[in-house]
Design a protein around this ligand. Structure first.
Ligand SMILES: [Zn+2]
Length: 446
């Protein structure tokens, strides 16, 4: 045990602290000290009185916890929220989303859409997000400018889009972006092959080699629907997960998104290779894609994190909703109300997300030495009273609007629900301008 510091930049006295590591623990009347980017002390309030701090915050009715980690999304697609609903995946993409994107996606679209997404995510307690979208340079720059932590997964396809021509072009641009941000404390840049049905085997093999050389994560949509798996088996005689394994693409740096069509052999393979699963329960339900076997994955030791997917298929970027959906769906699926308890759902949205992104030594829990990414949730309102168990309230009763404060790398990005870096009125004006343009896209019916 090291003794607590004498001074701190910020000292927060909270009613409760949920550090997430150790698992399931709720500390009552504790305090946390932040200096620079890091957590420098976490201790009982009585012992924290000796610390002299520039800023002292009293939050007696609040719980402090690690900032939430959204492991899958397409932030700029927030500009398409509510544009096309109630359709299966392929008609939704082919008749609505892709034509709108072809007509409108640009650096400006990505910049404004990402700012809208970050504003929403911060207000609901997310401090780190993973993103896969065109013009990832615009997303990275926006996150950096707004003080938001993110993993940018540069997209790779076999075919041309607004951002690139072919796999070589996407990889070249993506690696240049990775170089541009190699010294960033907030932004990491990794490989984002879109899916096995949009990137051919030769290109996936090349990505496997490059990612291994660079020791870089790979983020991929995988087994999103039973139809995707069936098509691969019919065309190539192989399940997509088996193909990725054969190409050397499955390992502890791999983030497999969705994974709704899983047999026991798939789960054994994920466990043996150490690949991570990013579960997106609300998107999977809304697009009727299928159910991820979260209980079986966890029983075999597979790390399962949470993602919202985009606001076009969710339709919000709220990890409180995602934790709740994951817990309820797991119970329903297992016919067992004890499946996926609250502490486990919270771990999926925090430390498991950090593990999936390869950032578990920096974020995902409140521990001395880690980055000061944390949120305060106000539990005094009628929606979260009376209070027996803070963990239960966080997962089953909060809707995200109770998040009052947020810090990323020690910097206050939200205080008393006021965002420090985002002008919501100016953002609303630009969002409305995009809505007008997108609503009148030629050839697309709303
Ligand atoms: Zn997605």
């Amino acid at each position: 045990m090291t003794s607590p510091p004498n001074t701190a930049d910020t000292l927060i006295h909270a009613g409760w602290i949920v550090p997430v590591v150790p698992h399931g623990v709720v500390l009552e009347n504790h305090s946390i000290a932040l200096t620079g980017e890091r957590i420098t002390a976490l201790l009982p309030r009585a012992e924290a009185q000796a610390i002299e701090a520039q800023n002292v915050l009293e939050l007696p009715g609040h719980v402090l916890l690690p900032g939430l980690i959204n492991c899958h999304g397409h932030a700029a697609m927030s500009l398409l929220r509510g544009f096309a609903d109630d359709q299966p995946l392929m008609p939704w993409l082919e008749q609505h989303i892709w034509p709108a994107e072809r007509a409108h996606v640009s650096e400006e679209f990505v910049r404004d859409g990402t700012e809208l997404a970050i504003a929403e995510m911060l207000r609901a307690g997310t401090t780190t997000f993973s993103d896969m979208y065109f013009f990832p340079n615009a997303c990275a720059a926006t996150a950096q400018r707004l003080g938001m932590r993110c993993q940018i997964t540069f997209p790779i396809f076999d075919f041309p889009t607004a951002w690139g021509q072919d796999a070589d072009d996407y990889i070249r641009k993506g690696l240049a972006l990775r170089d541009d941000f190699k010294h960033s404390a907030l932004v990491t840049v990794v490989f984002g092959p879109h899916a096995p049905y949009t990137v051919c085997e030769a290109n996936l093999a090349r990505i496997a080699t490059l990612a291994a050389e660079l020791d870089a994560p790979v983020h991929i949509h995988l087994h999103e629907t039973a139809g995707e798996v069936l098509m691969a088996v019919e065309q190539c005689g192989e399940r997509p997960l088996d193909m990725l394994n054969r190409l050397g693409l499955l390992g502890p740096r791999t983030q497999c998104v969705h994974m709704t069509d899983l047999g026991d052999q798939d789960i054994a393979l994920l466990a043996a290779t150490g690949a991570h699963v990013v579960h997106c329960p609300q998107s999977n339900m809304k697009l009727a894609s299928g159910t991820c076997r979260v209980g079986a994955l966890r029983a075999q030791g597979v790390n399962v994190a949470l993602g919202t997917d985009s606001a076009a298929s969710n339709n919000d970027l709220n990890l409180f909703g995602e934790m709740q959906a994951a817990a309820l769906l797991a119970k329903l699926h297992a016919h067992d109300a004890s499946a996926l308890p609250a502490a486990d759902a919270l771990a999926m949205a925090t430390i498991n997300g950090a593990r999936a992104l390869g950032l578990e030594d920096r974020i995902g829990s409140l521990e001395v030495g880690k980055q000061a990414d944390l949120i305060a949730v106000d539990l005094r309102g009628p929606e979260t009273q009376p209070l027996y168990h803070p963990l239960s309230q966080l997962v089953y009763a909060c809707n995200g609007s109770q998040v009052s404060h947020s810090w990323i790398a020690g910097a206050a990005v939200m205080a008393d629900r006021e965002l420090t870096h985002i002008d919501l009125q100016a953002l609303a004006v630009r969002t409305n301008q995009w809505q007008q343009r997108i609503a009148h896209t030629p050839g697309v019916t709303l």
